[in-house]
Design a protein around this ligand. Structure first.
Ligand code: SME
Length: 159
């Protein structure tokens, strides 16, 4: 099953569907060394499903690092060479380039895809476009997971 199908498949839980997406992306892009989803809960990004080495950055305040900056500035971020950044949180010593693509639901940021590579300049416009496509499908699932993490009821919007 491809990532688009996984996101659309009602039989999969939100966690299972996002896990299928990051596993598919990691398996089909060998130089994508770390692929994960962060969920936005209040002013904090909380690590969701990921593939790659364990990271100490399981919670990132908005505004910190590449991930937190993307939310603070409401934009996707592509970094060709992380060694040239001051505001960078190293996940793995070998990481050289990174892409963060925001996940929205109803226009509101609810999370992000974060991908790292050990090569310089791995990520380009085609990668951003593909991740944006998946982000469009992942929005409702990320909103529900973020709400669960926040301990909020999952009541239907407008109910
Ligand atoms: N590099 C990210 C932190 C997340 S880890 O790479 C998984 C950042 O600077 O926000």
């Amino acid at each position: 099953m491809g990532p688009d199908e996984a996101l659309a498949d009602d039989r999969l839980s939100d966690d299972e569907a996002l896990r299928a997406v990051v596993e598919h992306l990691a398996a089909t892009n060998p130089v994508w060394g770390w692929v994960g989803v962060y969920l936005l809960v209040g002013d904090t990004l909380i690590l969701g499903p990921y593939v790659g080495p364990a990271t100490e950055h399981t919670r990132i305040p908005v505004g910190r690092g590449v991930c937190g900056t993307a939310v603070a500035e409401d934009r996707n971020v592509v970094v060709d060479d992380v060694s040239k950044l001051d505001n960078y949180l190293a996940c793995s010593v070998g990481t050289r380039s990174e892409i963060v693509v925001l996940i929205r639901d109803g226009g509101e940021v609810v999370g992000q895809f974060d991908v790292d590579s050990d090569d310089v300049g791995t990520f380009g416009p085609a990668d951003e476009a593909r991740l944006e496509e998946l982000a469009g499908l992942a929005g409702p699932r990320c909103r529900r997971l973020a709400a669960r993490l926040a301990g909020e009821p999952e009541g239907e919007a407008g109910a």
